[in-house]
Design a binder for this molecule. Structure first.
Ligand SMILES: Cc1ncc(C[n+]2csc(CCOP(=O)(O)OP(=O)(O)O)c2C)c(N)n1
Length: 546
């Protein structure tokens, strides 16, 4: 007779799971043993946080829940940051942790803490398998909850004595049904079309929900049919090709950027797949005077600055198509000139050879090296702000930024998962020197699984973003400096390759050389962050003339 652990693995196979990222432990021995005859590949990592971030990025890129596994107590707590990141970035993720036997749950016991309650505030579903025969129901519910809009985390605690119990042969996984979002209500379509038709300066704000719903083509049709300029959040890069003249690029910087001129002017904001966790409406609707149309698959989170004129709930593609049929085309003469101004922001640094390298130049050169379909993963820090602002994308899911939970340490493990999801693409992680050392142990994992990827470190020996904020707020900074190891030697100590960029003109050839290696390459890039405060000043003085 099979064990409950074997049944769990059957259920995961039934859900289409390809990989489990994790670390084996004593309390998940049965689960690990059940994997020996499975089609699922276990990716043994070096820190559970790495496993959770890998599951996070895998889930974000594929739309199918990434799965991570840990043992009880410290193994499970190490999952928390990456798991919370996925949950808040609306990424489907399922975490499974071993747990002590049910016979010792009532008392103080080695390594045992209440994992279900620990994960509850950071998940859509958090539960414990207390009966062997409910494994199929729990697994199905976990995947259903994790993968349905808005996606997020599901956590399963699996006590070891239950995992080892035998179950009846005829217990099989539950049928997987993919949910279809509802058809939007016709009266809401008409209302939205009327508001757009009577708008003077409408603008579209796109969030990651458009990418999740695979609605980027429908969005482009909508934009072109109605001739309305479109901006997107950090997490929706590539939802409309940046090269499109109606694209205004990324919004989300806490400063008043050029793209915000479009919002200042707007009387109607059409939000599509937008979550306020990413970019609070206070930043673009401070006077609460804009009419907001919310197009999404689920009901909007509302607040004082996000009160709806119309909410259109249903399949995003269908909603966009139907609204475009009814609304009248707009004149948007200003969009083209704003697009050009925003493009100019990066192009003007293409010949700046100063060293250390300016963020603008690093990103200009990086864009020359990466093809449209390649994937850049950003860590969290000042570099992320520059990437969001200046790394323009033509295709969705080609620039991965965490902007819900926004945890440092995601980029390197995320790059491993991206390479596993898309082996044929070039994968580049860009990280600060601080974020790099938070999960650099996974270099060993990447090498062991022969995953070729390039990690670019923006080297400033400081917590750059925090210094930026301190300077902006108080005009001074403190407690933000540290030293680094020699990153080239550090890479080599793992058996990876390390390059240091010592001249600005060397960046492109170094990146090309890095991608030509079929292994992990660390590229150490000294960055000139004096540009941070210059940008603050420049944007502080920005007067919208368009
Ligand atoms: C896990 C985690 N800890 C702390 C923070 C707060 N934080 C955001 S950016 C940052 C500094 C990042 O420094 P670095 O990785 O060197 O990147 P840089 O800002 O220099 O580009 C800190 C401490 C965070 N977002 N995540």
């Amino acid at each position: 007779m099979p064990t409950a652990a074997e049944l769990l693995i059957k259920c995961l196979e039934n859900e289409g799971v390809e990989y489990i990222f994790g670390i084996p432990g004593e309390e998940n021995l049965h689960v690990m043993d059940a994997l020996r005859n499975s089609s699922i590949k276990f990716i043994t990592v070096r820190h559970e946080q790495g496993a959770a971030f890998m599951a996070d990025v895998y889930g974000r890129l594929t739309g199918r829940a990434g799965v991570c596994l840990a043992t009880l107590g410290p193994g499970a707590t190490n999952l928390i940051t990456g798991f919370a990141d996925a949950n808040m970035d609306r990424v489907p993720i399922v975490a499974i942790a071993g747990q002590g036997s049910t016979t010792r749950m009532h008392k103080e016991s080695h390594q045992m803490i209440d994992l279900v309650n620990l994960f509850a505030p950071i998940s859509k579903y958090s539960t414990e398998i207390l009966q062997a025969e409910i494994v199929p129901e729990i697994v199905r519910k976990a995947f259903k909850d994790a993968q349905s809009e808005k996606p997020g985390g599901a956590f399963i605690s699996f006590p070891e004595n239950i995992a080892g119990m035998e179950v009846a042969e005829n217990l099989i996984p539950l049928k997987v049904q993919s949910a279809t979002p509802p058809f939007p209500a016709p009266n809401k379509i008409t209302q939205a079309a009327e508001v757009i038709s009577s708008a003077q300066f409408p603008i579209i704000m796109v969030g990651n929900g458009v990418i999740r719903a695979n609605a980027h083509k429908a969005l482009l049709d909508f934009v072109e049919t109605l001739n309305i300029p479109v901006a997107h959040t950090f997490m929706a890069k590539g939802c409309v090709p940046f090269s499109h003249p109606l694209s205004l690029g990324t919004v989300g910087l806490q400063a008043h950027d050029y793209v915000n001129c479009g919002f200042d002017r707007a009387d109607v904001v059409i939000c599509v797949g937008f979550d306020m966790v990413e970019y609070h409406p206070k930043s673009w609707n401070p006077q609460r005077d804009k009419k907001i149309i919310h197009i999404d698959q689920t009901y909007a989170e509302v607040d004082a600055n996000y009160q709806l004129e119309v909410g259109v709930i249903g399949e995003i593609r269908k909603s966009l198509e139907l609204i475009a049929e009814q609304a009248t085309t707009k004149e948007s003469a200003y969009a083209g000139s704003l697009h050009e101004v925003i493009k100019e922001q990066i192009n003007s640094y293409s010949n700046d050879n100063s060293f250390p390298i300016k963020p603008q130049r690093i990103l200009y050169d990086t864009r020359q090296v990466l093809a449209d379909e390649d994937i850049l993963l950003s860590d969290v820090g000042a570099h992320k702000m520059w990437i969001a602002r200046l790394f323009h994308c033509e295709q969705p899911n080609t620039c991965i930024i965490s902007n819900g939970f926004a945890s440092m340490g995601i980029a390197l493990p995320g790059a491993l998962a991206a390479k596993m999801a898309y082996p044929q693409k070039r994968i580049l992680a860009i990280t600060g020197d601080a974020g790099f050392l938070m999960n650099s142990q996974e270099i060993e994992t990447a090498l062991r699984y022969k995953l070729a990827l390039v990690v670019m470190i923006w080297h400033d020996k400081e917590y750059g973003l925090i210094k930026w904020h301190q300077q902006r707020r108080f005009g001074r900074s403190g407690n933000i400096s540290f030293n680094n190891p020699d990153f080239v030697k550090y890479a080599e100590a793992f058996g990876a390759i390390g390059y240091r960029v010592e001249r600005t003109e060397a960046l492109i050839p170094t990146l090309e050389k890095a991608f030509a290696q079929n292994t992990v390459v660390i590229v150490d890039v000294p960055v000139d962050y004096s540009e941070n405060m210059k940008l603050t000043k420049q944007l502080g003085e920005l007067v919208c003339t368009i």
